[in-house]
Ligand binder design. Structure first.
Ligand SMILES: C[S@@+](CC[C@H](N)C(=O)[O-])C[C@H]1O[C@@H](n2cnc3c(N)ncnc32)[C@H](O)[C@@H]1O
Length: 94
């Protein structure tokens, strides 16, 4: 969790529940930063678990996930560019 992001929600990379975010910009060995968004049919969801006073963003499967299947969760209600039908059509054309 990056404090710089937590200070200003408008700067989050993957905004999640108020001011929490996952900093996916830096390779830090965390597997959570590799999980893509699916707002229609995700197979996991994220919960905040506080351990010893420190919040952790944890993914929990919401259905059975097969080996090799991509893990996804809903990033939230922002207008993420990859959700745009226009962008999807543009990407599909190339
Ligand atoms: C936390 S990273 C996810 C892992 C990333 N795909 C990677 O390979 O490092 C978030 C970034 O992945 C991409 N992304 C996430 N979900 C996506 C989706 N459903 N379709 C296309 N790109 C997606 C976006 O570029 C987003 O900024």
């Amino acid at each position: 969790m990056e404090n710089s992001y937590a200070r200003d929600c408008s700067q989050t990379v993957m905004s999640f529940i108020s001011c929490f975010s996952v900093d996916a910009a830096r390779e830090d060995g965390s597997l959570g930063r590799l999980v893509n968004d699916d707002h229609i049919n995700p197979n996991s969801n994220m919960k905040i678990i506080t351990v010893k006073g420190k919040p952790h963003l944890c993914l929990f499967a919401t259905k059975s996930i097969n080996p090799g299947e991509e893990i996804t969760y809903n990033y939230g209600d922002s207008e993420w560019p990859w959700r745009s039908k226009v962008l999807k059509m543009t990407l599909h054309c190339y």
